[in-house]
Design a protein around this ligand. Structure first.
Ligand SMILES: Cc1cc2nc3c(=O)[nH]c(=O)nc-3n(C[C@H](O)[C@H](O)[C@H](O)COP(=O)(O)O)c2cc1C
Length: 385
């Protein structure tokens, strides 16, 4: 099986066959017209690289750092909600694959496996992503729980205080676990591997939330829960307060505008992530890769600039680095692997990206990923622009 999987797209096709429609659609959708979701990948495809020859390609290295921590390549796993619904125990499996690959794993607030559960099943620290909710006591407790679990960075997401609509989630009646409707039952009958996995685990609810928020024992409708709980008043002062309570490395996620990037740099956070939430929030926003250069020129010397959105290959990674990203996060690329084949699929996705990055770097005439810069980008002659 693994021999026929040679690129991330192969994993997507297999995930589509194996994951219940409701959760595959949740992953593969963007908000509204999905214009920004598509732009994230389309804009990468438009960038061309300079081919260089007759340069020594031996002794190549992809090793780098992200927020000062060593990584085997400058790629981290992005926080994604409901990962344990793409595959049973999904967060633990993906965290293990990331640890084996020597890259960071970020656990979402909206994960199925809880912070404590992932920590118990890992021998390496991971990163925790925080959403800010109205219940500040709950947020404080979440931060303290991440500290107690020895998470090595906090990723504070700033671009989802109100939810961009994804049509398919409404039409499918997205919930975790799925409701026993006739349509769901018929679909689940075609996904025996997934069902077997789910029957074998007790991790089927939002592990960080259910039982930890007063009055919330069941949160079947994700969108209405977010509308009720997420705090639309989130401000830069809150960011500073969270930074102080956390006290460790802080990464601000969801920056798409140079002015916001300047504000982010003033907070004293270690890094920001240029991101439009994988095209799931402001439909019509610029793609992440198009937004990146102006943010790097605005704050690149004051704060580490990371990015995510649309990365489906090692070629995409090198293009992001060329435009000034210090490192990148992958969302769907690892989720395809997870939905297709569990931990092995995430490992495969990371191997694919690593090999593509290595080969592409060599063909661009470089041996050290830290040397990648704008000079590897080819200028398209006038008539072909
Ligand atoms: C299914 C799914 C769930 C997500 N859930 C979260 C989340 O809980 N917290 C968060 O900060 N970002 C979340 N994101 C956004 C990702 O962290 C990341 O920004 C995005 O996936 C990057 O785009 P890519 O999927 O094209 O790589 C989610 C993305 C997807 C696809």
């Amino acid at each position: 099986m693994t021999k026929t999987i040679t690129m991330i797209e192969d994993l997507r096709i297999l995930a589509k066959a194996r994951v219940p429609r409701m959760f595959y659609d949740y992953m593969e959708s963007g908000s509204y017209t999905e214009g920004t979701f598509r732009a994230n990948t389309d804009d990468f495809a438009r960038i061309k690289l300079r081919q260089r020859v007759a340069v020594d390609m031996t002794n190549r290295t992809l090793a780098s750092t992200m927020v000062g921590l060593p990584v085997s390549m400058p790629v981290a796993i992005a926080p994604t909600g409901l990962t344990g619904m793409q595959h049973a125990d999904g967060e633990i499996l993906a965290a293990r694959a990331a640890a084996k690959a020597g890259i960071p794993f970020t656990l979402s607030t909206m994960s199925i496996c809880s912070i404590e559960d992932v920590a118990k099943n890992m021998d390496r620290p991971f990163w925790f992503q925080l959403y800010v909710m109205r219940d500040r006591d709950f947020i404080n407790r979440l931060i303290d729980r991440a500290k107690a679990a020895e998470c090595s960075a906090l990723v504070l997401t700033l671009d989802l205080q109100i939810l961009g609509q994804r049509h398919k989630d409404i039409k499918n009646g997205l919930s975790a676990p799925p409701k026993p409707t006739v349509a769901n039952m018929i679909n689940l009958m075609t996904k025996p591997r997934w069902c077997l996995g789910m029957l074998g685990t007790r991790r089927r609810y939002f592990g960080n939330i259910v039982g930890h928020v007063t009055g919330v024992m069941d949160m079947r409708s994700l969108s209405s829960w977010i509308a009720d709980q997420f705090d639309p008043r989130l401000s830069w002062d809150d960011v500073k307060r969270i930074r102080d309570r956390w006290g460790g490395k802080l990464i601000l996620k969801g920056i798409l505008d140079p002015e916001d990037a300047r504000r982010a740099a003033e907070t004293g956070a270690e890094a920001l992530i240029v991101s439009n939430h994988g095209g799931r929030q402001l439909d019509g926003a610029l793609s992440s890769i198009v937004s990146l250069p102006s943010i790097v020129s605005a704050v690149g010397d004051k704060i580490e600039v990371l990015m995510d959105g649309g990365i489906r290959s090692g070629q995409d990674v090198i293009k992001a680095l060329a435009y000034g990203a210090h490192g990148v996060f992958i969302g769907r690329s690892f989720l395809y692997g997870l939905g297709a084949m569990g931990e092995q699929g995430v490992t495969l996705a990371l191997d694919i990206i690593r090999k593509e990055l290595d080969t592409t770097m060599a063909l661009c005439g470089l041996r050290d990923v830290r040397d990648v810069d704008r000079t590897i980008i080819a200028r398209t002659p006038e008539p072909f622009n």
